[in-house]
Design a protein around this ligand. Structure first.
Ligand code: NAP
Length: 309
């Protein structure tokens, strides 16, 4: 048990914030964790299930006296939430976030950080398709990456302390710049989510034709798509609106490769297909060797699944 902060304030109480609370409690990482969410319903639920040591009815009250404030709301809401809390932040405290897109958050939040307050953006690469205050669990971040995205002028002690928190929450921590982060995540998470949404949308159209056979005979590949496509609509709308360029860049490449595969199928170019699938299989092996997934049947998935949004 190593305390890293005296008081952590979590603004927004969904999957990520609730998992942070349970993991912080498991590790004894904070003297106190204070929570706030905009809706009374979420605050009531949090109180009912014992989420956070204290729930406040305003964001201003929640951040008062906290030495770390973590913004755990959708990316598109970060700027407005920051405007609400800025006048109430303690001098010497650190503001961080968990947003899936970094450039946009830095632009929206950075200019509002008061003098004497540190800003260290972060992004835990862990999640599930579930959302809300009941969806969190202490193990969510175990052996997952958390990327810190400090600016050039970020205080090294504030960065080191946030790193210690995320390591205590179970993560492996790396530092990355915002541009690179947004491109890497467009490849590994944002474009795949869009493709899953599309595939499920196509199947839904088909379903009307085939009278529910798509659901009845749903096989593993499609079932995985449906799980990803069940992810929170607000969160993912914001991801695409705020990581526009990198996502469009990757989707452009995706479309070109898809056309090439389409041509190979039409012309019966088996060598092209075989070479392509051999290359992609090696990538899967690399992910397993890096400890980021398992070779177990059904990808080792039990009741809980973990993605990297
Ligand atoms: P979530 O479970 O949907 O919870 C979102 C929270 O934000 C709720 O407490 C909600 O309040 C609040 N909120 C929503 N819209 C808001 C607004 N316009 N203004 C103020 N508060 C608002 O979300 P989450 O999955 O924890 O995601 C939170 C952040 O983590 C997002 O930025 C997301 O990109 C990032 N992230 C998500 C994942 C993932 O897999 N889910 C993984 C890594 C990072 P109410 O409950 O009162 O409506």
């Amino acid at each position: 048990m190593t305390k890293v902060y005296d008081r952590i304030a979590l603004i927004g109480l969904g999957l990520i914030a609730s998992s942070m609370f349970w993991a912080a409690r498991r590790g004894g990482l904070a003297g106190e964790v204070v929570g706030y969410a905009r809706s009374e319903e979420t605050r009531d639920t949090a109180r009912e299930i014992g989420l956070c040591d204290r729930i406040e009815d305003t964001a201003a009250e929640a951040v008062r006296g906290a030495d770390l404030v973590v913004l755990c709301v959708p990316v598109g809401a970060m700027g407005a939430v920051m405007a609400e809390i800025a006048p109430h932040l303690a001098s010497g405290s650190t503001v961080s976030d968990v947003g899936s897109v970094k450039h946009h958050v830095i632009d929206a939040v950075g200019p509002q950080i008061p003098e004497g307050v540190h800003f260290v953006p972060a992004h835990p690469l862990a999640g599930t398709e579930h959302s809300g205050p009941r969806s969190g669990f202490a193990e969510l971040f175990d052996n997952r990456w958390c990327l810190l995205v400090p600016g050039e002028d970020s205080d090294p002690d504030a960065v080191a302390r946030l790193r210690a928190l995320w390591e205590g929450l179970g993560s492996n921590v790396d530092v990355m710049d915002a541009e690179h982060h947004d491109l890497v995540l467009a490849v590994t998470s944002h474009a795949p989510h869009l493709i899953a949404y599309t595939m499920v949308g196509v199947a839904d159209d088909l379903r009307r034709v085939t009278d529910s056979e798509v659901i009845k005979y749903s096989a593993a590949g499609f079932r995985d798509f449906t799980r990803i496509a069940a992810s929170d609509p607000t969160m993912w709308r914001d991801v695409f609106l705020t990581n526009k360029e990198a996502t469009l860049e990757i989707l452009g490449r995706f479309t070109e490769e898809l056309f090439a595969l389409q041509r190979a199928i039409r012309t019966g170019d088996g060598d092209h297909l075989h070479d392509y699938f051999t290359r992609t299989r090696a990538i899967r092996r690399g992910i397993i060797e890096a400890g980021q997934d398992t070779d177990a049947p059904n990808f080792g998935r039990g009741t809980v699944t973990k993605d990297q949004p």
